[in-house]
Design a protein around this ligand. Sequence first.
Ligand code: DON
Length: 354
Amino acid sequence: MTQEPRRLRRITVVAAGTTILGLSALFLSAQSAQSNVDAAVKAAFAKYQNLQEGKNADYIPALAKVDPKLFGIAIVTPDGKVHTAGDVGTEVSIQSISKVFTMARVIQDQGPDSIVKRIGVDATGMRFNSIISVEVAKKELGGAELNPLVNPGAITATSMVQGNNADEIWNKIIGTYSDFAGRRLQVMQDVYKSESDTNQRNQAIGMLMHAYGYIKENPAQATDLYTRQCSVGVNAKDLAMMAATLAFGGRNPVTGKQAISPENVPHVLAVMATAGLYDDSGKWLYFTGLPAKSGVGGGIIAVSPGNFGIAVVSPPLDDAGNSVRAQKAITDINNTLGGNPYISKPRATMTHND
Ligand code: DON
């Protein structure tokens, strides 16, 4: 073997040393980023642990029985690491957060225009189960002026999922949610029964959407499947992973499963940004910049594209139907981590001759 010239050998050694130094610097900064995330999560948990504002939803009787003290925070970073505080293992029903993932399924299967043409993607500015919003959309605005995150639009989106029978449609829905979460999710039967027994208003909305031509057929089946999808059990970790799958191009950062195509993710996030927290969506976006979605079970998910997916579970809600502690905790953590996608920095000034 020919001997390397001495000078070259020295350069190689120095270069290797530089690489090692560079890597360890990188490693250290990754480590400190991780501990910043941990610190932000722990700080928000400690700050809001004893906050008692808000009240569990009770129009679905099973939700009134959930422990209002339940409080868990989970955030997933690009490496798939899950940072948590509090109770992130107890399941609550996903409720309206499910609407995001049914919408994602329809966009994935039928293209972004399908939702725009049939339902619309505009905020109603009204409550999530408003019937007036349907009347206004149909009679005054010309039809597809709702969105898939309020009940009338969500029941319609569920009716658009294709399959030969209810079981096939359901398997598609629960399969999609499970791909996002990275584990097989299941319906909480007590919640499903409780909501089925008391969802006459949603049944009326389903019928009205059929009468007005948004739902093409079988509105009762669509409302039942919608009720089932709202009763799926999730914990804070599941929800954070679902949010993270949206944050990282539609691919679950742990399982590597592509739940939806990267090009469909911005459409999903856009509707979350405009309508995810119902009549408080504007206020939420104003302070956080994050596409998000709440559910009356007490969960909120939020997405900082490319940075993190976060979820908080805490059942007591404000008047708009959004978890009080979840909104506060996510806002704080997002501020600490600089997750607002609208943040921009001034550029260094340059003369035209530069
Ligand atoms: O249809 C309903 O009323 C419930 N299953 C879901 C509503 C909901 O989560 C609204 N969210 N904030």
